[in-house]
Design a protein around this ligand. Structure first.
Ligand code: SF4
Length: 699
């Protein structure tokens, strides 16, 4: 504490920037007439009292002078202040007109994985009950859809980690595939360093050398997009060397015979050729994993954000199942979610194909249960819509003509951003609910100001499936309202107020509990009172006296027959290959100091100062070949557009690959050039691999 500083108040909160959900205390101080802030980490089971640089500075965006404080309407191309009453009337007029002219499904709703569980739940209900549209999806489609679909199919349920984080230090072999925890979830790194200290063998799979791969005993610097094929090589060795857990395979899985048959035609030299990983290294990795008594596999966007991301994750799950490394201490699968509520955001019905409790919108029993909870006629519940990017395509084709965006910046986060911008400009009415005038909000007809993590009470579910309560720390500034209040008020002016008569986040949570009851993500036994008392509770938690389930699948998987599904996976290749015109692979990712499209972190002066612009990592030999100097502006071009960023010459990247982070907009928006082909199963776009060319910027 500085000599003239005196504390004014302190409150407990939770970092909004990743799925670890680290707890902290924010202390407001006064020094020489000015307010300053101090952040202290608070002990909790996931972060163990750690905070990273993003958490330490999260308050800077929440307290930023650019925060929207009242509704704004666009008049003659400029935003003007408008009252809430007039804003709501305008929404009523425009939404009603659009649905009368173009049909109920002409309205779309686009949510986010940073919303609280209550807001994610209410947004799904709002789309289906207040707007009666089938078109709702959210940015989590780009975050977790491949891992979620793969886990659902293989295990019968999707929960990010099947085990607790605290088991990691006691496992013998760890595979980190396409995940850079050191930068993306820094407070998780000590779990892995402790595992190393305890003798674990760590294998990292990544086209780049990162702070995470430095921890590994073996770094497989794979060709982008070739993860599924690499795992076929690992499985081949595991079967050849006799590391299959026959008892586990027989008693707890199905599909092994088909996998065995499929692998008989896999040739290790061919795998080495197409993945860029030597046969020796494939053998080393497979042997280490196969003979370890305990082992865990973690995947993240590097494996998942591909046009065959679902298949890639399925093959990593095959690896765990054939070696019997599931349902035991130190054995399990983890999808390391990126978004602040990436886990909870996908459970409560803001996905096109889902209803709360991870129920299917196509299943008649599930539909009828949710219709009863919502008090509507089952016939009035719309059917399945389309995924996030497919909604953007529908907007471009003028099939969706009105859109409400909450907690997301789709103009920057979708692939092929030129098409997204063209589409959003065609909308008859765009409402954006945000903290700031984001790049998407710039295109809006109406912007509504919402509350930040410091003001918004609600529950969040971390990557382990542990539900916690984030308290509100300060009142909303200006005329700001919470997301849930905004939805309730829009529903009221649309004549649907009786379905949205909530007076608090807790009241919404109580309905969510009921809606999730009996579903795979069952929150029924979790209450605010319990969360305050216990700190956090794992789902599934079907009754108030249930302790919550920390480790899944100890005795049975969630399919009706209790067995997990093993599935043969082909050697998939990226949809877009390099050629003479576009000779390099582009892969994308994150840096430690920024979150998603940077709307919040680019406004934090401490975070922005560390990384204030985008860059392209280029290998020295590649840079020389294309005449590129270090720290100069370059153009990257794909079949869809071009961007301008600064070069960063480093031998940490493969010679055939360029890396650009995803947090910047406008000319630095890497999604102007990324690939918009989708995974056929989960509809994940192929963000992680496309073909580009690079050149020095000539002005
Ligand atoms: Fe914790 Fe993630 Fe926030 Fe960092 S960004 S403080 S790891 S929750």
């Amino acid at each position: 504490e500085a000599p003239h500083t005196k504390p004014v108040q302190a409150f407990e909160t939770q970092c909004p920037f990743c799925s670890v959900q680290c707890k902290m205390e924010l202390i407001e101080q006064e020094a020489m007439g000015r307010k300053t802030h101090l952040v202290n980490p608070i002990e909790n089971p996931a972060s163990e009292g750690r905070l990273c640089v993003k958490g330490m500075n999260a308050h800077q965006h929440a307290l930023h002078r650019d925060r929207l404080l009242y509704p704004m309407v666009k008049v003659n191309g400029k935003f003007e202040r408008i009252s809430w009453e007039k804003a709501l009337d305008l929404i009523k007029e425009k939404f009603t007109q659009i649905q009368q002219e173009d049909g109920l499904d002409a309205l779309g709703v686009y949510g986010g994985g940073s919303l609280t569980n209550e807001e994610a739940y209410l947004l799904g209900k709002f789309a289906r009950v207040a707007l009666k549209t089938r078109h709702i999806d959210y940015n989590g489609r780009f975050c977790m859809s491949a891992a979620a679909s793969a886990a659902n199919k293989a295990f019968g349920v999707d929960r990010g980690l099947t085990n607790q984080l605290s088991e990691i230090p006691f496992t013998e072999c760890i595979i980190l595939a396409g995940t850079n925890v050191a930068e993306c979830q820094p407070t998780l790194l000590p779990y892995f360093t402790r595992a190393k200290e305890n003798g674990a063998y760590v294998i990292a799979i990544d086209p780049r050398e990162t702070a995470t791969t430095q921890l590994a005993d073996l770094h497989l610097k794979i060709k982008p997009g070739m993860d599924a094929a690499l795992v076929n090589g690992l499985l081949k060795v595991i079967l050849e060397e006799g590391y299959v857990d026959q008892t586990f395979v027989e008693e707890r899985t199905k599909g092994f015979k088909e996998l065995e048959e499929h692998l008989s035609s896999v040739d290790l030299d061919h795998i080495a050729d197409i993945t860029g990983i030597s046969v020796q290294h494939i053998r080393e990795a497979a042997t280490r994993f196969g003979r370890a008594k305990t082992g865990m596999v973690f995947t993240a966007r590097g494996v998942e954000q591909q046009t065959h991301g679902y298949m890639g994750v399925r093959n990593f799950i095959n690896l765990l199942l054939v070696t019997g490394k599931m349902g035991k201490a130190g054995c399990g699968y983890g999808a390391i979610t990126g978004q602040g509520n990436g886990q909870g955001g996908r459970e409560h019905g803001q996905k096109a194909d889902q209803l709360p409790g991870y129920r299917s919108i196509e299943n008649p029993e599930h539909r009828s249960y949710i219709a009863r909870v919502w008090g509507i006629d089952e016939q009035d519940l719309p059917g399945q819509g389309v995924s996030a990017y497919e909604m953007m395509v529908k907007i471009h084709r003028r099939e969706i003509t009105g859109l409400l965006v909450m907690g997301s910046n789709p103009l920057v986060s979708n692939p092929n951003a030129n098409l997204i911008e063209e589409g959003l400009k065609k909308l008859k009415f765009l409402v954006v609910i945000d903290l700031f005038v984001s790049e998407t909000a710039r295109l809006a007809d109406l912007i509504l100001p919402t509350s930040s993590y410091l003001e918004d009470e609600g529950t969040m579910t971390n990557l382990e499936g542990r539900v916690t309560l984030r308290p509100a720390s300060r009142p909303c500034p200006g005329e700001v309202k919470h997301d849930w209040q905004i939805l309730c008020e829009i529903a009221r002016v649309l004549g649907k107020g009786k379905f949205f008569s909530f007076g608090s986040a807790e009241e919404i949570f109580d309905e969510l509990r009921l809606a999730s009851r009996g579903g795979v993500a069952d929150y029924y036994g979790i209450t605010y009172e319990r969360l305050k008392r216990e700190g956090g509770v794992y789902w599934p938690c079907p009754s108030p006296d249930h302790p919550g389930q920390a480790r899944l699948f100890e005795h049975s998987f969630a399919h009706p027959d209790g067995k997990a599904e093993i599935m043969p996976v082909n050697n998939h290749f990226p949809n877009e290959q390099v050629n003479d015109d576009f000779p390099l692979y582009l892969t994308t990712g994150r840096v430690m100091t920024h979150y998603l499209t940077g709307v919040q972190t680019r406004r934090s002066h401490s975070l922005a100062a560390r990384n204030f612009e985008s860059f392209a990592e280029i290998h020295p030999k590649t840079a020389k070949k294309y005449g590129i100097e270090d720290q100069t502006l370059i153009r990257l071009e794909s079949r869809r557009g071009s961007i301008i960023v600064r070069s960063k010459i480093t031998s940490e990247i493969r010679e055939d690959t360029v890396f650009v982070p995803m947090h910047w907009a406008d000319l630095q928006n890497v999604n102007l050039i990324t690939l918009d082909a989708l995974d056929p199963i989960c509809k994940m776009p192929g963000f992680k691999v496309c073909a580009v060319k690079i050149s020095p910027l000539v002005i």
